[in-house]
Unconditional design. Structure first.
Length: 339
């Protein structure tokens, strides 16, 4: 028998040679080939039968990841995220002094440019936002003096008869916020006369004699002020806050009064005396970690906004050691990191 006869005999037993019946059966399974007709292909996992033998056909689409492999990959992703988040926060997040410095640099630059353009004293007032408990800053300007500031004498000057500059918020300006984990205190010019000789201006939980407004909101803690004159130079000048216009035809509570929830000027015009020293605008600030300072203030007695009066030297020493001092160049307004 020829080889081709063996092939056809195995593939078609009806054509097999009667003299070689034993050759047909063993070759039957070997000669069976899958059909090339797409309509006759079995589904994945189906069983084809060819004579005495069976074979299971698998589709490549049935392959994939096992449950164990997926769990391992997901675990690695979670681990990488856990390691990356603290690093990202350290660079740009809630405790980034660099982010706070960049924010203030841009804000102070805009305020200085506007002061030069308008030839008017403008600056930045810092306060603690009640809703977010973050340090916030608002643009302020020298408010026109009222007759009550000069014992009934009208004046177009932006300072009263004792040189006090009253400040009000610039209309239609957004509040700027520092990262939530960063605190700020302004640096005083110790060569000027102050109510006290503390070198840093913190936040007063309430302004003496100003009173809360009718909104029912708690007055906001007010911090220091940085001022630029009409030439763009930083100045150390005594200032007050114009919080209420009580003159006939006046607008009542000012924009700054509404923002801070106060109903009377600070200091009150009838309380200004030539022999009294008033707060003077500052020339720089320090940035530091909120939680660490709060811990130090609690250890010294009180809290970060209201530490004990006799704890001031201890907290000033803490700021000298742990805070980052930033001074403002008097000529061009750039920020300089001090040592």
């Amino acid at each position: 028998m020829k080889i081709c006869d063996l092939h056809f005999a195995a593939c078609d037993p009806g054509r097999g040679d009667a003299r070689s019946p034993r050759l047909a059966a063993p070759l039957a399974g070997r000669c069976a080939l899958p059909s090339t007709n797409a309509r006759s292909r079995p589904a994945s996992g189906a069983v084809k039968q060819h004579g005495m033998m069976t074979r299971r056909v698998y589709s490549p689409a049935a392959s994939g990841f096992t449950l164990a492999e997926l769990i391992v990959v997901m675990g690695l992703i979670v681990l990488l995220i856990t390691l990356a988040v603290p690093a990202i926060r350290a660079m740009t997040g809630t405790k980034s002094e660099e982010a706070a410095r960049n924010t203030l640099s841009a804000f102070l630059g805009r305020v200085r440019t506007e002061a030069i353009g308008l030839q008017q004293t403008q600056g930045v007032l810092f306060f603690i936002d009640q809703a977010t408990q973050r340090v916030a800053a608002i643009q302020v300007q020298a408010a026109p003096q009222l007759a009550s500031d000069n014992n009934g004498l009208t004046s177009n000057s932006h300072t009263d008869r004792y040189g006090l500059i009253y400040l009000d918020a610039v209309p239609d300006r957004d509040v700027v916020y520092l990262p939530s984990g960063i605190r700020l205190q302004t640096i005083k010019d110790v060569s000027t006369t102050y109510l006290n000789k503390q070198r840093f201006q913190g936040f007063d939980p309430s302004l003496p004699g100003s009173g809360s407004d009718s909104s029912g909101q708690t007055p906001l803690p007010v911090g220091g002020v940085i001022l630029f004159d009409g030439t763009g130079r930083t100045i150390a000048a005594p200032y007050g806050l114009r919080l209420f216009d009580a003159t006939p035809g006046g607008k009542g509570q000012t924009d700054l009064g509404k923002l801070l929830h106060y109903s009377r000027d600070w200091p009150a015009a009838n309380q200004v005396q030539p022999t009294v020293s008033y707060v003077v605008s500052q020339l720089g600030f320090v940035l530091f970690d909120k939680d660490q300072f709060s811990t130090a203030a609690t250890a010294a007695g009180g809290n970060e906004l209201e530490p004990k009066k006799n704890a001031a030297p201890q907290l000033e020493q803490w700021l000298d050691t742990n805070a980052t001092p930033i001074l403002i160049n008097r000529n061009d307004g750039t920020l300089i990191r001090a040592e």
